[in-house]
Design a protein around this ligand. Structure first.
Ligand SMILES: NC(=O)C1=CN([C@@H]2O[C@H](COP(=O)(O)OP(=O)(O)OC[C@H]3O[C@@H](n4cnc5c(N)ncnc54)[C@H](OP(=O)(O)O)[C@@H]3O)[C@@H](O)[C@H]2O)C=CC1
Ligand SMILES: CC(C)(CO)C(=O)C(=O)O
Length: 315
């Protein structure tokens, strides 16, 4: 199976490298600057599951794809949401009749754009769980043992094509559960992530530090309740066990956990405010006109203020 991983950043770099490590046919679609760095230094992963250095990762740029690289069987999309439109245009030549697209972005709105570009039949549901970042020497820093890609047909079932993907993923140093409830799992992940990203970015602190502050517990659990209510209003109420596990993780005293969005803010980078928080609130309002989500609204204001400051300072 020919696999194209779009993006070689914190997530795509990790999962793509782990597939290449076990001999899978992996090519990274990268932009020219990343292509140069990968050619010079290789793809380096620092991980508690074992470091890895792929000296010559196979890469291609959008121009190379246009020039004709042939079709890919699986395209794993790992860009940030703000790069989605350009990534779709760049990867388009790789998507032909039999290609399956597996996005691992947080949130859900990207599915609409992918459906519009490639047709819903080609697009799987998917998400990833990992705590990773790109370090100062462009190495992929995997910061805990957590690493998985959950994927599947959006209407459930174990089609031949997802079973073929299962065969490709098994054996790599990450979990890859093939899900028959992938949309529900995407919503469950989104509810968890929006609470984690919302609280840690608003407070610019890790979960344990927020819990140590007066009102911290109420902030996190209140935000979680709002996100749960939005998922339920949209017909995707997280399963009780999953919601309870999320709450335990989000209220674990002393927890150093933060969201990738906080790491992006602390590094002065762009963030997926509209994709992860704005879209969730919008879906709440759309499903239940007149409903209010005050904590989520506060989080969104904070993120948009960060974006405004960042834009002003860049002028
Ligand atoms: N990091 C984490 O811990 C987690 C992240 N996520 C989610 O995963 C998604 C990806 O995040 P993450 O991997 O951290 O982001 P990164 O910014 O680390 O990586 C994204 C990569 O996509 C590349 N890219 C963007 N546009 C294109 C394009 N047109 N062609 C080729 N490459 C492109 C970027 O390239 P370039 O190098 O040129 O900028 C970058 O390397 C997000 O939705 C995030 O919320 C989910 C779970 C955990
Ligand atoms: C929930 C978590 C921490 C793990 O995948 C994540 O998605 C993120 O930080 O963006």
């Amino acid at each position: 199976m020919r696999v194209l991983v779009v993006g070689a950043g914190a997530t795509g770099g990790y999962f793509g490298a782990r597939l290449a490590e076990i001999g899978r046919d992996v090519t990274f679609l990268v932009r020219p600057a990343r292509a140069e760095k990968l050619a010079a230094r290789g793809l380096v992963v620092k991980s508690p599951l074992g470091d890895l250095h792929i000296e010559r990762p196979r890469t291609i740029t959008a121009d190379g794809l246009k020039a004709g690289e042939g079709a890919f069987d699986l395209v794993v999309l790992s860009c940030k949401a703000y790069d989605l439109d350009a990534a779709i245009a760049d990867m388009a030549p790789a998507v032909t009749e039999g290609t399956v697209v597996l996005p691992i972005l947080n949130g859900l709105r990207h599915l609409d754009a992918l459906d519009a570009a490639f047709g819903p039949a080609r697009v799987l549901g998917g998400s990833c769980a990992i705590i990773s970042t790109v370090g100062p020497a462009d190495e992929i820093r995997h910061m805990s043992e957590l690493c998985s890609i959950t994927y599947g047909e959006r209407d459930g079932g174990r089609s031949e094509r997802v079973q073929a993907i299962d065969a490709v993923m098994q054996g790599a140093k990450f979990q890859a559960p093939l899900s028959e409830k992938v949309l529900l799992e995407m919503w469950e992940k989104w509810v968890f992530l929006a609470t984690l990203a919302g609280s840690t970015t608003l407070m610019r602190a890790a979960i344990g530090d927020i819990l140590a502050a007066p009102g911290g517990h109420a902030l996190i659990t209140g935000l979680h309740e709002e996100c749960l209510a939005i998922a339920a209003a949209n017909g995707h109420a997280p399963r009780e066990k999953v919601a309870a596990q999320a709450r335990t993780t989000l209220t674990a005293e002393g927890s150093p956990m933060t969201a990738s969005m906080l790491r992006d803010i602390l590094g002065g980078g762009r963030i997926e405010a509209d994709h992860i928080v704005g879209d969730l609130a919008a879906r709440g309002h759309a499903a239940k006109p007149g409903s209010t989500y005050p904590l989520l609204a506060l989080v969104y204001t904070g993120l948009k203020a960060y974006e405004a400051k960042r834009a002003r300072e860049a002028q």
